[in-house]
Design a protein around this ligand. Structure first.
Ligand code: GTS
Length: 215
């Protein structure tokens, strides 16, 4: 299997952490697509992923799977023993809902903040920017942090009692927020405590090691 990504990107982080959770890192070939040079918007990459986003999974038979949630679902169910996306229909529904919510209310909002309210990937790549929209999305991301803080006051993990793909999605938001200096409000103690806890997971540590020493 091949993963097209960028070594310290927050969305790529979600898939790298999922790979580590599943013990699949050793079999993966990583192909670097340089976001800062806009390689993800060039025809060669757009031919592989219409959306022009990273990460992208390519299977040995050439099948292409984009979107962190879809890639994680694939990786998690490959061995017939899902640990990240739920075993029962109820778990699967809740995890999917919370993952989507983490994207809409938090991580994707941070992304829009980055691309519109900051220099983003630079003038060569950011062809249209709308700072007002970007700042609104920054505020939305902070509201999302408060929402997840409230949730984590009532349960150990984002979708319930077990670590799941939804935790990885909120973690992606935290990683992105850290990169763009959108601080978590101090009073979000449950979110900060959860963050400290999930940061200790071997999968997250493996991701940090990869970022510190890109291949
Ligand atoms: N919905 C997509 C997913 O879940 O995979 C979003 C992916 C995404 O936005 N990836 C970022 C990207 O391609 C990569 S990174 O910023 O996290 O490194 N951004 C480039 C762009 O121009 O939007």
């Amino acid at each position: 299997m091949k993963i097209y990504d960028w070594y310290n990107g927050p969305y790529p982080a979600r898939v790298r952490i999922a790979l580590a959770e599943k013990g699949l890192l050793p079999g993966i070939e990583f192909v670097s697509v340089n976001l800062w040079k806009g390689e993800h918007k060039q025809p060669a990459f757009l031919a592989l992923n219409y959306s022009g986003t990273l990460p992208l999974l390519e299977l040995d038979d050439g099948t292409l799977i984009a979107e962190c949630t879809a890639i994680t679902q694939y990786l998690d169910t490959l061995d017939g023993h899902p640990t990240l996306t739920g075993k029962t229909p109820t778990e699967q529904g809740l995890i999917h809902m919370m993952t989507k919510r983490a994207e809409i209310e938090f991580m994707d909002a941070v992304s829009v903040y980055f691309h519109h309210a900051t220099p983003g990937l630079g003038p060569e790549v950011e062809l249209y920017q709308n700072a007002e929209w970007g700042n609104r999305m920054g505020e939305k991301a902070i509201r999302g942090m408060r929402y997840f803080d409230g949730l984590l006051k009532t349960r150990p993990f984002v979708a319930g009692d077990e670590f799941s793909m939804a935790d990885i999605a909120v973690l992606g938001g935290m990683i992105f927020a850290g990169l763009v200096d959108l601080p978590v409000p101090e009073e979000c103690e449950a979110l900060l405590a959860w963050h400290a806890r999930v940061n200790e997971r071997p999968s997250v540590q493996a991701w940090r090691a990869m970022v510190a020493q890109p291949q």
